[in-house]
Design a protein. Structure first.
Length: 448
């Protein structure tokens, strides 16, 4: 069987790995990647002699996909967990504790955000249960519109935006409730009389399990293991330029004729390849916006007295360039043992990707200056790395669930064709791995 996988990110690599495990040596597998490296928005670089992730650096620990993959690949010893420290929010020129027991920053009552917002906003939150709620069952609005209407703009800018910015490189006004917060949408659909009650119903039960996990030597370890196990012919710096049906399968340019194709590329690339064979799916994929961002990793002297927190999120509207800092040496015990203090600064939100055009020197200087502002420390980087992610994260805008349904329905009747990626059912690494597995299973099911 001949299969081509378009896209060498985690979704495509997992799909290729699953196919190889199922079909063994009988599979002729080609992986096409338009950039000059595999990994997509996952990248590990060496800083001060040690590996550091410059893309995603954690995954949701309560999902099983990544621990299971590490176990299958004999890499379970690479699994690490954070130290359990909480982040801060920088708002109004001061640091505040991250509100506890919120749903992506949305409180169920005023006590969660006391000290972060003003008294008028606290009173508005307290009175919210007495206001009639206008929610259309099965409908969708932006998180910002819903929370702003019910709790006020301070909650959006100071609590919700910093959280959504970390996940989607977006803003509450660019992210839909139904795709980003499905448990909240379910609570509202079930008849919650107000937002406070819906948030309380949607919150997960208290747990002592780690919220996040990581890989000790970086995602590079997982990417390389998946690639090795997949035994694919890899074509980097090669763009897939056309997809057509043949009498026996598919033709993917420039690969040639194959029995099956998995499109594990970003939404715009998938849209272009689907235009002729699945025009409705292509139109839906073309409607998914992307956000760009940049990461600056700083190696500081080990004696730098960073706050004893996992990170610092920046509220929107603050006079800073960076949107967040990960205090990596505080967050991860295995990094705390290194000879430098590591910090990651993140730049760029949906609708504002101007930092990507700055020279590296300007980005590094902005990261150091903003870190100095939020910590009150003199910041003197020993070395730094800059990584730009152009179009790195899809925006789950209102109506995203319907767009994804249209994409999947559009390819459902095309045997030997499957889609995967962060633009479908989740932007996190576990969700991408799950989409790669699902795509491989679709190909195998049609083959059977």
């Amino acid at each position: 069987m001949r299969v081509a996988v378009v896209g060498g990110g985690i979704s495509g690599l997992v799909a290729a790995y699953r196919l190889r495990r199922a079909l063994g040596a009988s599979l002729e597998l080609t992986l096409v990647e338009r950039s000059d490296r595999i990994g997509g928005i996952l990248r590990t670089d060496d800083i001060a002699g040690d590996p550091v992730d410059l893309g995603a650096e954690a995954f949701v620990g309560r999902r099983p996909e990544i621990p299971a993959l590490l176990a299958e690949l004999g890499l379970s010893e690479q699994l690490v967990y954070p130290a359990g420290k909480r982040p801060l929010i920088w708002s109004g020129g001061a640091a505040h504790p991250l509100p506890e027991r919120t749903l992506m920053g949305i409180p169920s009552g005023p006590e969660a955000v006391t000290g972060l917002v003003d008294e008028a906003t606290l009173a508005r939150i307290a009175a919210e249960p007495d206001r009639p709620l206008d929610w259309v069952r099965g409908g969708d609005v932006s998180v910002g519109a819903l929370v702003g209407d019910r709790f006020g703009e301070q909650v959006v800018r100071r609590s919700v935006d910093p959280m959504l910015g970390g996940v989607y490189a977006g803003l509450a006004n660019s992210i839909g409730v139904r795709a980003a917060l499905p448990t909240l949408a379910a609570a509202l659909d079930a008849g919650a009389p107000n937002l406070s009650r819906a948030v309380a119903d949607a919150l997960p039960p208290p747990s002592t399990a780690p919220v996040f996990g990581g890989i000790r030597d970086g995602y590079r370890v997982l990417l390389e293991a998946l690639l090795s196990a997949a035994q694919a012919k890899v074509e980097t710096a090669t763009a897939a330029t056309g997809l057509t049906r043949t009498a026996t399968g598919w033709r993917l340019d420039p690969v040639g004729e194959v029995d099956a194709v998995i499109l594990a590329a970003p939404a715009p690339v998938a849209a272009g390849l689907l235009r002729e064979v699945a025009p409705r799916a292509a139109a839906a994929a073309a409607g998914i916006d992307l956000s760009s961002s940049a990461v600056v990793a700083l190696a500081l002297p080990a004696r730098t007295a960073l706050p004893d927190n996992s990170g610092i999120l920046v509220a929107t509207g603050e006079p800073l360039r960076a949107k967040a800092f990960t205090l990596s040496s505080r967050k991860w015990p295995h990094l705390a043992r290194r000879e430098v203090a590591l910090v990651r600064a993140s730049f760029g939100r949906f609708g504002n990707d101007s930092p990507l055009s700055w020279p590296d020197t300007d980005l590094i200087a902005a990261a150091a200056a903003d870190l100095s502002t939020v910590t009150g420390l003199e910041i003197a980087p020993l070395t730094a790395r800059v990584q730009r992610w152009r179009g790195g994260l899809p925006q789950y805008t209102p109506g995203h669930i319907d767009r994804v349904a249209a994409i999947e329905a559009g390819v459902a009747d095309l045997p030997g064709l499957a889609v995967a990626g962060a633009y479908l059912h989740g932007v996190g690494v576990p969700a991408c791995a799950a989409s790669g597995t699902a795509a491989a299973e679709r190909i195998l099911t049609h083959r059977a």
